[in-house]
Design a protein around this ligand. Structure first.
Ligand SMILES: Cc1cc2nc3c(=O)[nH]c(=O)nc-3n(C[C@H](O)[C@H](O)[C@H](O)COP(=O)(O)OP(=O)(O)OC[C@H]3O[C@@H](n4cnc5c(N)ncnc54)[C@H](O)[C@@H]3O)c2cc1C
Length: 477
């Protein structure tokens, strides 16, 4: 049974962490008590901001003894309310943001060691300064932290070639729920000493401990890269184009992002300074990025030639290849602003689903038709990582409807319909965002009982008192 922190525990944490690391002031806590999407707002007894792994250990050890809940938080960009405490107010929010250094970058080992609070874009810069690259990126890169990325097993726009965080974490340092330190940072490429604790912590959403640092895989920086925007007629055409480009360019294709006409329209309307990438309108678009090992025009020339062939064969309707870094950044901005443009537009029913890649084009068309038939006027915006079989299948209320009222009435039924179709296609109701609190009910409804029982057994073995991020990831029994 969890308890609120006693005044004595709060005093002891205040003196452990000092004024920079401990706050109970409403103003200091306020920005961190709600989620990025504005869906959840919780309360916390205090905001703890440790500066070292030893401080995290002391916090967890004392809270384990006192049976006090802890909610780890990094950049607070979770799409599923994973880092937002509940409304009871008895939990302590543990921010890792002060532990933000990239401790080392080794070009020789192709490894970076970063603290949990290091921001993804800072890691990108540190790797680039050593002529290397950390090959994972996403729209929230200016805020998302290494600890959050590890704990959500984040995906993003380069999974096609490099896989999600799970493929990129070589070692972890983490404080387990009893306050002990798991010192697993050594970046061994081979290590067969039984169960892989590091892999258990990846994607655990803070329910099995607090990640304090990670050893991360780096790859060689490309000599040149090329970004193109392509207009085409359907998701099936997009998948055919991807396979065509792969046949032509092989591993050089790193990103392949599907953007429907309506998502592009949202960005152009809601994000200042954005411009249509192509002269005419197209029902579907993709953003492609490819690389070449040599500097110069290699990547641009190769992608241009491959796209010219695809246009000639009728696989695509129009395409533009960025002629400068500024143009490439502008094309990426169109893709990476979709989530923000949706937020500007207002609330919608969001799904982050995956199905086998070959099933994705049909899934998008069928699920769209099913939603639009059953929910009169509802508008589907399905975009994302086609090459990974992962789309963000979001449903907006009908134009003219009061969004909150429509969502209160229909969101549950919309989600059940979409997730049932995902299940029929052999897919997952959470591709890359995790379960957090927003998908608990659907996980309980759709999960294989054997799998759920094993997850619960792992949780109770490592965190018998349930102090780590309660109410997230695991539906209550
Ligand atoms: C605009 C935008 C675009 C996005 N695009 C993508 C995308 O393409 N792909 C994708 O996968 N995600 C995406 N996301 C979601 C989000 O950025 C990722 O889930 C990211 O990994 C969260 O990192 P964070 O540091 O903000 O973690 P937070 O939001 O702070 O926390 C996320 C979860 O991890 C836990 N946690 C955080 N730090 C630690 C730690 N040190 N130890 C243990 N647990 C911890 C929290 O308790 C919570 O459960 C996007 C979000 C936004 C806002």
């Amino acid at each position: 049974m969890l308890r609120p922190p006693s005044p004595a525990l709060l005093d002891s944490l205040a003196s452990l962490l000092g004024p920079r690391g401990f706050s109970r002031e409403a103003e200091a806590m306020e920005p961190w008590l709600g989620d990025w999407r504005g869906r959840y707002r919780g309360r916390a007894a205090a905001l703890l901001s440790p500066a070292t792994a030893a401080e995290v250990q002391a916090i967890v050890g004392r809270c384990a003894e006192a049976m006090v809940a802890l909610v780890p938080q990094g950049g607070n960009t979770s799409m599923v309310g994973g880092a937002t405490p509940d409304v009871e107010g008895g939990a302590l929010l543990v921010s890792l943001r002060r532990m933000n250094s990239v401790r080392s970058v080794s070009a020789e080992d192709n490894v970076a060691v970063a603290e949990a609070g290091a921001i993804l874009s800072d890691l990108h810069e540190a790797a680039a300064a050593a002529g290397r690259r950390f090959p994972l990126s996403l729209g929230a890169k200016g805020s998302a932290t290494v600890g959050g990325l590890v704990s959500t097993n984040a995906g993003g726009t380069q999974v096609l070639r490099f896989g999600p965080m799970r493929s990129l974490v070589l070692g972890l340092e983490a404080v387990l729920p009893d306050g002990s330190l798991f010192e697993g940072l050594s970046a061994l490429r081979k290590d067969n000493r039984g169960y892989d604790l590091k892999q258990l912590l990846i994607g655990a959403e803070g329910t099995l401990g607090i990640v304090t640092a990670a050893s991360l895989k780096l790859v060689a920086a490309p000599g040149s890269h090329s970004v193109a925007w392509v207009g085409l007629g359907s998701p099936a055409a997009a998948l055919a184009l991807l396979r065509r480009l792969e046949a032509r360019l092989g591993e050089a294709v790193e990103s392949f992002e599907l953007v429907p006409e309506d998502a592009l329209a949202l960005v152009l309307a809601g994000i200042p300074g954005t411009r249509p990438p192509l002269a005419a309108s197209h029902r579907w678009h993709v953003l492609v990025e490819s690389v070449a090992p040599e500097s110069g025009r290699d990547a641009v020339d190769a992608l241009q030639e491959a796209l010219a062939e695809a246009l000639g064969e009728g696989l695509a309707q129009d395409a533009v290849v960025a002629a400068s870094e500024a143009q490439a950044a502008a094309l990426w901005r169109l893709r990476e602003s979709i989530a923000e443009a949706e937020r500007v537009q207002g609330p919608s029913v969001k799904h982050d689903v995956s199905v086998p890649v070959s099933a994705m084009p049909a899934f998008i068309e069928q699920a769209r038709a099913a939603v639009e038939t059953r929910f009169d006027g509802a508008r589907v915006v399905a975009f994302g990582h086609l090459g990974d079989g992962n789309v963000h299948f979001n449903v907006q209320p009908p134009a003219g409807a009061t969004a909150e009222a429509w969502l209160a009435e229909q969101a549950g039924a919309v989600t059940r319909l979409v997730h049932d179709l995902v299940g029929e296609a052999g897919g997952s109701i959470s591709a890359e965002h995790g379960i957090g609190q927003s998908k608990l009910a659907e996980l309980a409804r759709t999960a294989d009982p054997t799998r759920l029982a094993a997850l619960r057994a792992i949780k109770s073995a490592l965190d018998p008192a349930g102090i780590m991020n309660p109410g997230k990831l695991l539906p209550s029994v």
